[in-house]
Design a protein around this ligand. Structure first.
Ligand SMILES: [Zn+2]
Ligand SMILES: [Zn+2]
Length: 124
């Protein structure tokens, strides 16, 4: 909500959509259980909702976000409808591809465990 108010670009990573996000977060925070949300700004770990809220209240957040690229209000990605994921182009979301050389069904390497890939339009 706070970031939406600033209108800045937020890369929202839903860890339920991709277990790699969860693993990444666990390794960055060095914790097995992570409470959400966790906020990173320019790749630097900032903190959870409480930290962001207090930074917002003292005006610290506005300073940090000054000069950040702004997202057009009301903009919705045409590629994914803001889901940030699209079905894999390689396997159509089935997670299986036919290997013509070996004539066997292989696990698709392009997508995550849900047969999804990051939307190339908004999450390049
Ligand atoms: Zn795939
Ligand atoms: Zn998109």
């Amino acid at each position: 909500m706070i970031f939406r108010g600033f209108g800045v670009w937020v890369d929202e990573r839903d860890i339920s959509m991709d277990s790699d996000y969860k693993k990444e977060l666990q390794s960055v925070l060095k914790q097995k259980t992570v409470s959400l949300p966790q906020v990173f700004i320019k790749g630097k770990y900032i903190g959870g909702a409480d930290v962001i809220k207090s930074m917002f209240e003292v005006g610290e957040l506005a300073k940090i976000l000054d000069g950040f690229p702004k997202r057009q209000p009301g903009w919705t990605c045409r590629g994914c409808g803001d889901a940030r994921f699209v079905p894999c182009w390689n396997c159509s979301g089935s997670r299986k591809v036919f290997d013509e050389d070996e004539e066997s069904i292989k696990r698709c390497l392009e997508c995550n465990e849900n047969g999804l890939i990051r939307c190339p339009d908004c999450c390049p």
